[in-house]
Design a binder for this molecule. Structure first.
Ligand SMILES: Cc1ncc(COP(=O)(O)O)c(C=O)c1O
Length: 494
């Protein structure tokens, strides 16, 4: 998309290289190396006798491989790229106040799984939010950890989740004194955020680490009007997707830790166990570049973002019946639109937005969540608000009470540990016969990817009805062996 930046701040710093318009390479070793290597490739100066198999040619699979250079053997030699990587990661660790950092090309999905593997030993309990992303649930399977679920509170007015209360975690820790740690997801998919400092204090009082899936929060902590990030709040580790909130390549993520309660060598082993040995240099370089941008211009860019979202929220909340999520406990850069008071259906409005070239992150009947980042400005958000308001007016009907997505209402009944259920013999049964059986599979409406059924949980009539309702209203049912929900995979009867 081509549009002018409406914000007066943080404009390009005037370098000569249009491939690095803000002149970040001086503070970003991986970016610098990627710029050099892609320049060599473009000039025909490389005859690589190593992977990748496209050999920098674009006459075979075409432009889809343009700019692809591996970290090992591309950005630097296979024997030395790790030195450059360690330098870039240590800069990120410093920026977030951590003492350990790794860059991942496999998203917060990988980060969650690595942190689960680093946290405890097979069979140990861990206090985990039931608002967890499916990647963390599968992390529990990999690590063999037994979840002690803590449920987030829910706001009855919006039907959306708010944070897990500190007392809920404190109680769980008191009831499960052998738990190896606390693993929370904050902010939530809809930007609600809790008292991480209180959680850190509760975990530390019990002598265990607090680990936070902060997939959506890579920008947090970089402006005085933003909540502090998890590490600053006292967490021992966090994972965050650079590709979600920051201008990084898809898949880019950072895993950060303050070691002590977590062991550095174990963190490295856990990370490496689940990461590719061939990370893409462009993804790694884009994480490095985003870190350098945040370090230098983060405050200005986040300031512009805050003002842009505040203006969009103010505009949308003037539309009769339309609400926006805001106030204490809501991350101020999130733009979550509440539709129930307008009678318009979120999936219908989403179709209009997609037709206008504006895909949103989440839409269900009552909610639309738009992601606004430092790459946006008032031009993009005005266009979004105009299209959204026009669509709402076209589809307006009688206001209705809110109905929570099943992702926000799960009350699990755990019969087996996730790992035990994952590997147990299973049967396929028709939906009518599934109620009361133990699920062998993970089933989640996506987005948000929060399991409504997880391996080891009893399939309740309520969960079946809620999944069917979500599907009938247009949600994609992800990860189920049968996404039509006609059959379910259950643990085989003895
Ligand atoms: C809370 C949460 N954690 C982790 C993930 C996985 O992130 P990624 O897509 O970067 O692997 C997501 C994805 O949406 C998420 O919402």
């Amino acid at each position: 998309m081509n549009h002018g930046n409406s914000g007066a701040t943080a404009e390009p710093q005037g370098t000569q290289d249009p491939r690095d318009p803000r002149g970040l390479r001086g503070d970003a070793p991986l970016l610098d190396a990627w710029l050099r290597s892609s320049e060599q490739a473009a000039a025909g100066l490389l005859t690589p006798m190593s992977v990748p198999g496209h050999k920098q040619r674009q006459d075979l699979t075409g432009a889809v491989v343009a700019g692809d250079s591996p970290l090992y053997g591309g950005l630097d030699t296979i024997k030395h790229a790790d030195v450059m990587l360690a330098e870039a990661e240590s800069r990120a660790a410093r920026l977030w106040g951590a003492d350990w950092c790794r860059f991942s090309v496999a998203g917060s999905t990988h980060g969650n799984q690595a942190l689960a593997l680093a946290l405890g030993n097979p069979g140990q309990e861990v206090i985990v939010t039931r608002n967890l992303h499916r990647s963390l649930l599968l992390g529990l399977v990999l690590a063999g950890l037994k979840p002690v679920w803590v449920l987030p509170e829910r706001d009855p007015a919006t039907g959306l989740p708010v944070a897990v209360a500190v007392d809920t975690v404190r109680d769980a820790l008191a009831r499960h004194p052998r738990a190896c740690g606390v693993f929370l997801s904050d902010p939530s998919y809809v930007g609600t955020t809790g008292d991480l400092a209180g959680h850190a204090e509760a975990a530390h009082a019990a002598g265990v680490p607090l680990v936070v899936d902060a997939a959506w929060a890579a920008h947090m902590g970089f402006h005085p009007d933003l909540p502090q990030h998890a590490i600053a709040a006292g967490a021992d580790a966090m994972v965050t997707s650079a590709h979600k909130a920051l201008p990084s390549y898809t898949q880019g993520a950072l895993v950060l830790a303050r070691t002590g309660l977590l062991d550095r060598a174990r963190l490295d082993r856990a990370f490496d166990a689940t990461h590719t040995t061939s990370p893409a240099g462009a993804i790694m370089a884009s994480i490095d570049a985003a870190r350098a941008l945040l370090a230098r211009d983060g405050k200005e860019l986040c300031g512009r973002l805050l003002a842009t979202v505040a203006a969009a929220r103010a505009r949308l909340s003037q539309v009769p019946g339309l609400g926006v999520l805001s106030g204490p406990g809501v991350e101020p850069t999130k733009l979550v639109v509440l539709l129930a008071g307008t009678g318009a259906h979120g999936n219908v409005v989403e179709s209009d937005l997609i037709a206008a070239g504006m895909p949103v992150e989440l839409a269900d009947r009552d909610t639309i969540a738009a992601i606004v980042t430092i790459a946006d400005d008032s031009v993009t958000t005005t266009r979004f608000c105009d299209t959204l308001v026009a669509s709402v007016e076209r589809h307006r009907s009688a206001p209705r009470p809110v109905r929570s997505s099943p992702a926000w209402t799960v009350t699990p009944q755990q019969a087996l540990a996730p790992r035990e259920a994952f590997f147990a013999p299973n049967d396929t049964v028709v939906a009518q016969a599934a109620a009361g059986r133990i699920s062998a599979e993970l089933v989640a409406p996506y987005p948000p990817g929060i399991p409504v059924l997880a391996p080891g949980e009893i399939i309740t009539a309520g969960a079946l009805a809620a999944l069917r309702a979500a599907k009938d209203e247009g949600s994609r049912i992800a990860y189920a062996a049968d996404p039509s929900l006609a059959t379910f995979q259950v643990i085989a009867s003895a």
